[in-house]
Design a protein around this ligand. Structure first.
Ligand code: THU
Length: 143
């Protein structure tokens, strides 16, 4: 029988920070408050939340907000080591969530081997490699 992989270093801290980041969400339309907390390869922590807009497509996801903050801080050398994502309803109840397709593409850009953690429907946290979340992803073709 195979055992679940050991949690990535510091994942508990990222999960707690993702929960906290979700409290900053601006999500009056979906009423789904999402937070993300990541650790860069250099050991720094960054967070993000979703920011919606009356013109719906203008809104953005928590994961990519956290990535933008990390790149702003560390520049093009930023590499993703691990990220946790959390979602809550307006009453503060934790909900299962997994990164959307666009965010998966953004995650693998910065770290295919990065550990990605999110809550499952039974409220337990799962942890998977970013690569495993997006097989057959777009890779810029070499010419
Ligand atoms: N959302 C995220 O922040 N991350 C995801 O990976 C999926 C969806 C946000 C976007 C939108 O504000 C709300 O959740 C509902 O889709």
């Amino acid at each position: 029988m195979s055992e679940a992989p050991a949690p990535a270093d510091g994942m508990d801290e990222l999960r707690a920070r993702a929960d906290a980041a979700a409290r900053q969400a601006y999500a009056p339309y979906s009423r789904l408050n999402v937070g993300a907390a990541l650790r860069s390869a250099s050991g720094q922590l960054y967070t993000g939340c979703n920011v919606e807009n009356a013109a719906y497509p203008v809104g953005g996801c928590a994961e990519r907000a956290a990535i933008a903050t990390a790149v702003q801080a560390e520049g093009a050398a930023f590499r993703l080591a691990a990220i946790a994502v959390a979602a809550f309803d307006e009453a503060g109840r934790a909900l299962p969530v997994s990164p959307c397709g666009a965010c998966r593409q953004a995650l693998v850009e910065f770290g295919g081997a990065a550990a990605v953690s999110f809550r499952q429907p039974d409220a337990s946290w799962v942890e998977v490699a970013a690569d495993a979340l997006l097989p057959w992803r777009f890779v810029f073709p070499t010419r």
